[in-house]
Each structure stands twice: as C-alpha cells, then as structure tokens.
Design a protein around this ligand. Structure first.
Ligand SMILES: [Zn+2]
Length: 500
C-alpha cells in the first residue's frame, strides 16, 4: 500500500514539475512575442517618421508682379462689396463688378442662363464633344461679418505685410477672383481650352445653395450634361500640416460629410419655479444632451481617411505615428489617441454637437417644453435616418422626442486613382515639387454637393497657400489672405485649366 502511495505521490510531483516548467516556457514565449511585436511596431514608427527629415518648408514661386498686383486690387474691390447671403443689392453689385473688371471674359465665354444672382459661364472647347467638360465652382455670397473685428470687415485693406483683409478673403472671393484672373490671363495669351470649361458661382452657398447651385444642377441634369471633373472650394495648400511647421501638404477633399439638424424636445409640467417637480423639462433635456455627448457614434476608418492619415504620418507626433503605422492592429488605440483632437476625430465618425438651446423666457417660470438643436455631421456609411435612430436609442427612456429638421446625406467619394485626381496632383507637383497631396473628406458642406449626380470626380480644393491659423479665420474675425498666395492661386488655376 505504501508503495502505491509513493508511486502516486511521485506521479503528482512529476506532473506539477512538468506543468510549472512548461508554464514558464509558455509565459516566456508569450512575453517574448509581445516584446518582438513592440519592437516591430517601434521600428515601423521610426521608419514612418524618416520622411519628415526629407520634407522642406514650402518655397513660394516668384509671382508675376503686374498680374499679382491686378489680382490683389481685384480681390480688395470684391471684398468691399457687402455680398452677405440674402443681400440682393450686394450680390447684384458683385455681378456688375465682375462684368466691368473682366470684360474680356464676358466677351469670350458664353453667359449661360442661371438663377438671379448666380453666374454661370461656359468657355467653349472643340465642338466635337469628345471630351467631357470640367467645371470650376465658387460662390459670390459671404457670411455676415460677425463679432471681434478690429477694423471694417469690408475694407479690403492690404496691410504692410501684404495681407488682403476682409470678409470673403478666403471664403470664397479668393476663388472667384482667382478663376476670373486666370481665365482673363489665358484669353490674353490666346489660349483656347481643349474641352468645355464651365465657371459656376452660386449666390446662396452659405445658406445651403438651394436657389443657386441646386437650380443650376437641375438645369444641367435636364440637359443631360455630365462632367469629367468638378473643382470647388475646400482643401488648400497648408504650410503646417498637423500643426507641424515646415511640413507643407496639398489637402484635396474627395467628398464631404452630410449635415443634419435634429430638434430634441423635452416636456414637463409648466409652473412657478418655487415649487418645481423632481424633473423639469430643462433637466430632462440636459440629461439627453449629456448622454449624446457621452456616447458619440462609433468610430471607423474609411479607405479615403486611411490614405489621409497614412500620408500624414511624417507630420505626426511619436505616439500618433505609432498608432497609425501599426494599423490595423492599433486601430482602437488610434481612435483613442485622436479623440481629443477635434479635426482628426471628425474624420473617424459622425459628430454630434448641441448648438441651440431654448427654455423659459422668464427666470421664475418653469417651461412646459425645452428644446435644443443637435447638429450632426454625417460620415459616409451613416445616414440622417440612422443617426436619428441612434439619438432616439440614447434617449428612449426620457420624456423627449427627436425630430429631423434638416437632412443632407454624405456625398460620394471621388477616386484618387482617377485621371482627374492625377491631373490635379501633377499640377501641384509642377509648382511645388515634393509636396505631398493628401486626400481627405471635409466636414463642411459646399455648393458642389448639388452636382453629385453630374460627376463622379468632385474635388474640394482651392489652390491657395494658407497656414492653418489663417484657415481658421474663415467665417471668423480678421479673415485674410496674402497677395502672394492669391498670385499662386491664379497661376495654379491657369495650369489646371490647361492640364484638363
Ligand atoms: Zn465657401
């Protein structure tokens, strides 16, 4: 019996010894594997950062003095016209100004029928119709001046450093003037385009373009006109991509997010604020807003955004680059790292922001209803309906309703492998050798979304050089553009027209 017990004890001890030694080997192998993966990730991160050393700050080409001066004076004059959306007189003055400033353009190009205030011009190419036309877009209206200006926002003044200041300087009278100067100059050179070139300028872009671009799009659709490419405002040539000074990049929008507004209404008993119920309408609404902020729609990586962030890697900080260079394994880490960077976070998900809140008009009266507007910027893959359902799912146990006020779906995404994209990239490369062309999707809407049915290749790109700080001046106080940047824009528009 003792012998059997001894054998059993020996077996138990042997098995436990084997398990412990195998266990430590397994654990060592696992840690070794993790260490190797980490080293691999580190090497990938360092390699991805090497391109930063090769990158040079943007060197601006020397502009033609006379052309540059003419363009600067034209933009100053255009800014002096107060063409805030809805100001019919100002919009009319913009039309008149362009006619008198560029008589050659109006002589050579066909003025096409367009809604009152908008402007549509066609520059005829060969009549064999073998090549689809290309359209360049902009808009004649501007947003109101708003607050915070240190000077008259419609002065069009040029300061001592060469900046032309005023509302519309980069949104988007620069585009309008840039295109007119380019076409005017090409006409004077005796150039004729190799296909039809359209110039289209809406008069109500800042309020959605329903009366301008939307109507022009309907007219094209009725006539069965299709376009090879459409180039509208949007991306630009930045001098400091990802905030990295000295890392220039041409940001080319391939599409735009949709825009929807949802009204959330909470209801509760109205009455005197001295005897409030446990939950007031404002309290319920606040709970709904907190839930929406705490649970943003799920992040995901679209192909176009994947390309954007991979090309942006050299400009990123180390940890950002670590997360991006090790995709797809590091995707959750990447979403987490960029969660506090609003402009990058917006590339990964539909964003929701509460913008307008309404409660009681009187301090001591409980409102029977409280309302807010949630502004949603809808990423491709989501729809206004799916986002409405999502908000409802977050608030379904609260006494509130969700109503859709505006529904603009996300646009299609243009192809970076298309000839049109390659043409734009080539032109940029000719003027700025070595500067990366980085595609992306923009969070704001433009007039060209109305042309979605007419063209597969709509690009949001204005060929002006702007630092990110200048770009943030759009719709804000102190909007400005440097006259050399305007001159570069004219040159690039000329080259683009020739290249197409
Ligand atoms: Zn604009």
């Amino acid at each position: 019996m003792t012998f059997i017990k001894n054998i059993y004890a020996w077996v138990v001890i042997a098995r436990s010894n084997f398990a412990s030694s195998a266990g430590s080997w397994l654990s060592l192998a696992l840690w070794g594997f993790i260490f190797l993966c980490f080293c691999g990730g580190l090497i990938r991160t360092l390699v991805a950062g090497r391109d930063l050393k090769k990158t040079k700050p943007l060197s601006m080409p020397a502009p033609d003095r006379d052309e540059s001066q003419h363009a600067a004076e034209s933009l100053s004059e255009a800014i002096r016209i107060n063409s805030v959306t809805g100001n019919k007189e100002g919009i009319g003055q913009m039309n008149d100004f362009l006619r008198t400033r560029y008589p050659g353009v109006f002589e050579h190009l066909n003025l096409m029928p367009s809604p009152k205030g908008s402007l549509l011009l066609r520059w005829r190419g060969p009549r064999d119709g073998s090549r689809l036309p290309v359209m360049f877009c902009g808009h004649l209206d501007v947003v109101p001046a708003g607050e915070g200006w240190q000077e008259n926002p419609f002065s069009g003044r040029t300061d001592a450093d060469g900046y032309i200041i005023g509302r519309g300087a980069i949104d988007c009278k620069n585009v309008v003037i840039g295109l007119f100067e380019a076409v005017d100059s090409l006409i004077k050179e005796g150039y004729t385009p190799s296909r039809d070139i359209y110039l289209s300028f809406g008069h109500d872009e800042e309020t959605g373009g329903a009366e301008g671009a939307a109507k022009m799009a309907e007219s094209f659709e009725r006539r069965g006109v299709r376009f090879e490419a459409i180039i509208d405002e949007g991306g630009y040539i930045t001098t400091d991509h990802f905030g990295r000074t000295g890392f220039p990049a041409a940001l080319i929008g391939l599409g735009e997010k949709g825009c929807s507004y949802f009204k959330i209404t909470a209801e509760a008993a109205a009455g005197h604020s001295s005897v409030p119920p446990r939950h007031t309408a404002v309290g319920v609404l606040a709970e709904a807003i907190c839930r929406i902020e705490a649970a943003p729609p799920k992040a995901r990586l679209l192909d176009a955004i994947d390309e954007h962030i991979r090309l942006s890697m050299p400009a990123m900080r180390f940890f950002q680059r670590f997360a991006v260079s090790n995709l797809p394994f590091s995707e959750p880490l990447m979403f987490r790292i960029f969660r506090n960077n609003p402009s990058v976070n917006a590339l990964f998900r539909t964003t929701l922001a509460c913008t307008q809140v309404k409660g009681s008009d009187t301090p001591n009266v409980l409102p029977g209803r409280a309302e807010c507007i949630v502004s949603a910027r809808i990423l491709q893959g989501d729809t206004p309906e799916s986002i409405k359902k999502y908000i409802e799912s977050l608030t379904d146990d609260l006494s509130c309703t969700v109503e859709s006020v505006l529904e603009i779906p996300a646009s299609d995404i243009a192809d970076t492998k298309s000839e049109a994209y390659k043409t734009i990239a080539t032109v940029i490369g000719d003027v700025f050798p070595g500067v990366a062309c980085i595609p992306g999707i923009q969070p704001i809407t433009t007039d060209s979304r109305h042309y979605g049915k007419l063209c597969d290749n709509i690009f949001k790109f204005m060929p002006f050089v702007l630092g990110s700080e200048l770009y943030r001046g759009m719709h804000g106080a102190g909007e400005r553009i440097h006259k050399d940047s305007l001159a570069v824009g004219v040159d690039l528009y000329k080259r683009l027209i020739k290249a197409f």
